[in-house]
Design a protein around this ligand. Structure first.
Ligand code: 5GP
Ligand code: MN
Length: 322
């Protein structure tokens, strides 16, 4: 995909905002910082970066992450707002005001449920990550990928492929990663930063949640619940549930795993779903969410118990297997 028709937009925009989804993961933050640096190198412009809500300290190693703010004054008017890794415009929460007011908007993503909400849309569902989409855009358009940009994009690809293990790890992904290593990304250092930087509380919390997981349908479905009080007990933050659903999916009998996290007691839950063979983006879409075939999410307005029953009913009611 060629990025060159956006060249003039970047050139002519004075105030630029780069923003990703709420509770940003490695792809969201790597893509934000990677695009920031690439725009700086090409146009000598410093864009604003927004990383919504809690920032996981795991990603503090990303170049320029310290410049990202949790929110911006909603009275600002940007010439250009670029969303990266944002499947659905509601995922930028209150900052949607800035998107709506911007003179021009660009949407760069890889979620197949993305509905092309911007003026210019670069949505590549076959790509492993938004980091991979950016890598190809920069390469095809002759944008410089310096060491810092390479580190950011490598982090994005590494984390969204689960460390090059998920079925989105293609020949193209590995070739992009090899190119990024050539450009200065250090694989073992980035791996250690992403995966060997967990706090004791994080590991203990995840073990606790795995320990109380429930198995149904001949152990084909595995799920666990996370209440606010569980997080409090371990002094946990929002990112403490990252990777939890993957742990349940790793069990040999599991076809589908999900985590129900209490957001507002008895009112709102956030669901993280993973699978080996079901299209979980369809299950989550039934609840107004979305994502990828093997990793998706949604928000359900109910108690945790109720959300569990609703999800299991939805799985049983439909044949989502492929
Ligand atoms: P996670 O479970 O890690 O939060 O999300 C898994 C995948 O589903 C990610 O690619 C994420 O962007 C997407 N996702 C999670 N929650 C939602 C949601 O509420 N709506 C949409 N459209 N996508 C979501
Ligand atoms: Mn992503």
């Amino acid at each position: 995909m060629n990025f060159s028709n956006t060249e003039d937009i970047f050139k002519n925009s004075k105030k630029i905002l780069i923003i990703s989804h709420v509770n940003p993961d490695g792809d969201a933050l790597g893509s934000t910082c990677g695009l920031y640096k690439a725009v700086y190198n090409r146009f000598k412009k410093k864009a604003d970066m927004c990383a919504l809500t809690y920032l996981s300290p795991v990603y503090n190693f990303l170049p320029n992450i310290g410049l990202a703010k949790h929110s911006y004054d909603t009275s600002l008017v940007y010439d250009l707002v670029v969303t990266v890794d944002v499947a659905d415009i509601d995922r930028i929460c209150d900052m949607k005001v800035l998107f709506d007011k911007a003179k021009t908007t660009i949407n760069i993503d890889h979620h197949k449920t993305n509905n092309n909400f911007a003026d210019y849309n670069y949505v590549v569902p076959e790509a492993s990550s938004t980091g991979e989409v950016l890598f190809n855009m920069f390469k095809n358009s002759g944008w410089e990928i310096d060491k810092e940009t390479a580190e950011c994009l490598y982090t994005a690809i590494l984390t969204d492929t689960g460390g090059f293990r998920f079925d989105n790890t293609t020949e193209d992904v590995l070739s992009a990663a090899a190119n990024l290593v050539k450009l200065g990304a250090n694989p073992s250092q980035i791996f250690a930063n992403c995966y060997e930087f967990k706090s004791k509380n994080f590991v203990m919390f995840q073990n606790y949640c795995v320990g109380k997981s429930v198995f149904t349908e001949d152990d084909k479905i595995a799920y666990t619940t996370v209440y606010k009080r569980d997080l409090e007990r371990f002094n946990g933050k929002d990112d403490f549930t990252e990777g939890l659903a993957e742990q349940l999916r790793a069990i040999d009998t599991t076809d589908l795993a999900f985590v129900v996290k209490e957001v507002e007691p008895n009112k709102v839950c956030k669901i993280s779903m993973r699978s080996k063979k079901y299209d979980v983006s369809k299950i989550c879409s039934a609840f107004g969410g979305g994502g990828h075939a093997r990793a998706a999410g949604c928000t359900i307005k109910s108690s945790v118990d109720n959300a569990v029953s609703k999800i299991i009913d939805e799985i049983k009611r439909n044949d989502y297997g492929e």
